[in-house]
Design a protein around this ligand. Structure first.
Ligand SMILES: Cc1cc2nc3c(=O)[nH]c(=O)nc-3n(C[C@H](O)[C@H](O)[C@H](O)COP(=O)(O)OP(=O)(O)OC[C@H]3O[C@@H](n4cnc5c(N)ncnc54)[C@H](O)[C@@H]3O)c2cc1C
Length: 555
């Protein structure tokens, strides 16, 4: 085998938001990592995701980039609301209030302002997000970024992974070597094919003709306060418009009808004008066409031995609830600490089984949430009455009814607290479960809980700080009563090299109903109790993947 041109512990294929987050999280944990990206950074980014979820912002906070991400995108005072109208310039039907970033940390009274998090969500397009992630990643000392390098082929054996790659500027062949490789290479993933995974689900849920355009005059043409997302509901053509820079650039989604199968056969200009409610005097410049098909596809496996897939490589669904990229970021930070644990030497290879066991069921579940929501929205669009744009009290009553229905249907997706905080890992080989079931959740409803597998509940500490800022990079044992003796757990962890920090807390918050809660490196509960476990070494072996798989999961 040829000598490697580059060698690291982990190779990440693809530097979209998921690959960059994975690489940064690994580097932050001290793992050397190569990121190979075929796209040139000079090439404009796709105008896709517009929402960074609170859970993703929590991860960016830990990596030290939450402020930089928060300060990018729309102007600080630009409303982040979602507005429902007959057309962009027509009657307003209802509005979901979401604080602008200047007020994001202090606003109260909105549908997502009560969330138990130090980092509320952030409305920002991917074209502004990715450069922030990239700049931070590039500056990390243990991260090697290979620009315009396409990975063409992988091989793996018992000792590692080798990639054949090509520098797209010079044409030179490169050999990259690592202990593990992760495909974050998007929907057409080469790595997914390499591991023999197949996408399963629904290949087409909704076709959307999308246009990214510049129109400085549009903001002034609306009769209502600007919004981050503005939906048009009328019987002629429904769609929505995202404010991209808050001044002159916009992304318009035209939801095609089931019989409109050919994107180019649909009159783009006419539909755009109908959704905006403007005449031929309105001028605009198309920056790019971003047509897409909403799907519901999840890979049937996320791993083959030393090779894994994350993000769009592993799952694709309609971008409802703004939860495509964000689910990928959650994959990345789940896998990152497992790989770091293995490479640090305190966990056996079995710990890596947890990745697919934990993430595949969650992504399958979110894919259904997203598809069901997309179908409900399509039904709502089809049921808009012809009279909605008339004058007079009857039409006003229609608008009030449709507006209320739009609010109720959509507040769940735009303020999707359940997707952020409600999900739990209930069949993991590395969680010490007890007899309690986790609280159920919906897209927007959730209950914080210490049931093992749930997200470690957040609370504000008596000094005003966030609990999450006190958690260690490894495990953290939260102790709510200093009288409980934990020396044996700490000693068992130390004996096996498992990084464990003890955090004594004088306040417990509503969600903490046990004296001891063991939080994992990714902020999920691994174990809890009112007293130390009878056999601390067994607990430590369970959470580091060294215990036999529980009987109920072994099958
Ligand atoms: C219209 C639209 C709106 C969306 N809105 C949202 C939203 O609001 N919120 C949300 O969370 N998600 C949203 N999404 C989804 C989101 O954009 C994707 O989930 C996200 O981009 C996936 O990130 P990724 O890093 O997995 O993949 P990608 O962003 O596709 O990145 C993959 C990278 O891998 C590189 N690559 C591929 N093959 C190779 C190779 N062989 N060698 C080297 N490099 C390679 C590619 O060049 C690319 O840079 C939306 C999607 C669309 C289409």
């Amino acid at each position: 085998m040829a000598a490697a041109d580059h060698r690291a512990r982990v190779l990440v294929v693809g530097a979209g938001p998921v690959g960059l987050t994975l690489a940064m999280d690994l580097a932050w944990r001290g793992v050397s990592v190569i990121v190979a990206e075929m796209r040139s950074r000079a090439h404009p980014f796709g105008v896709k995701s517009n929402h960074v979820a609170a859970r993703s912002m929590e991860i960016f906070r830990r990596l030290g980039i939450a402020n930089a991400v928060r300060n990018a995108g729309l102007p600080a005072d630009y409303p982040n609301d979602v507005s429902y109208r007959t057309t962009f310039t027509g009657f307003e039907l209802s509005r979901i209030p979401i604080p602008c970033r200047a007020e994001r940390y202090v606003a109260t009274g909105g549908p997502d302002t009560w969330w138990p998090t130090p980092e509320p969500p952030h409305r920002i397009n991917q074209i502004f997000l990715e450069p922030v992630l990239f700049a931070h990643a590039r500056a990390m000392p243990t991260l090697t970024y290979l620009d315009q390098v396409e990975v063409e082929e992988l091989t793996q054996d018992g000792s590692g992974v080798t990639a054949r790659a090509r520098c797209l500027t010079s044409g030179r062949a490169l050999t990259l070597a690592a202990d593990y490789a992760v495909g974050c290479d998007g929907g057409r993933s080469m790595v997914r094919k390499f591991i023999g995974a197949r996408l399963q689900g629904d290949a087409s849920v909704q076709r959307v003709q999308s246009t990214y355009f510049r129109a400085p005059s549009l903001r002034q043409r609306q009769k209502h306060r600007p919004a981050w997302a503005t939906f048009s509901l009328n019987p002629r053509r429904s769609g929505n418009v995202y404010a991209i820079d808050g001044r002159e650039t916009w992304l318009l989604h035209n939801y095609l009808r089931p019989d409109e199968e050919d994107f180019e056969a649909v009159d783009r200009d006419r539909c755009l004008r109908t959704i905006l409610g403007v005449g031929d005097d309105f001028s605009y410049e198309i920056l790019s066409k971003e047509d897409w098909i909403g799907r519901r596809l999840v890979a049937d496996r996320f791993r083959d031995r030393r090779v894994f897939i994350c993000g769009d490589a592993a799952h694709l669904w309609v971008p409802m609830a703004g939860y495509g990229m964000n689910a990928g970021i959650a994959d990345a930070t789940n896998l990152s600490w497992l790989l770091a644990a293995r490479l640090d030497g305190w966990a056996p290879e079995n710990i890596l089984d947890a990745y697919e066991a934990e993430r595949l069921p969650i992504t399958e579940q979110v894919s259904h949430f997203a598809m069901n929501h997309a179908l409900a929205l399509a039904r709502q669009r089809q049921a808009v009455p012809d009279t909605i744009e008339d004058e007079g009290p009857d039409a006003e009553a229609v608008r009030a009814r449709i507006g209320q229905a739009a609010y109720e249907l959509n507040v769940a997706q735009y303020c999707c607290g359940g997707l952020n905080f409600g999900y739990f890992y209930d069949h993991s080989p590395i969680i010490a479960y007890d007899d309690d079931a986790p609280p159920s959740y919906t897209m927007n409803e959730f209950t914080q809980s210490t049931v093992p597998g749930c997200r470690t509940p957040h609370m504000w500490l008596s000094d005003g700080g966030s609990l999450y800022d006190r958690l260690g990079p490894g495990y953290t044992l939260l102790r709510f009563n200093r009288g409980v003796e934990v020396a044996d757990i700490m000693a068992a962890a130390a004996a096996r090299g498992v990084p464990l920090k003890l955090l004594d807390l004088d306040t417990s918050g509503d969600a903490y109903d046990r004296k001891l809660v063991l939080s994992r490196p990714d902020g999920h509960v691994a174990w809890r109790g009112d007293a130390p476990p009878a056999r601390p070494a067994d607990l430590i072996d369970r959470i580091r993947g060294a215990a036999p798989r529980p009987a109920k999961q072994a099958a």
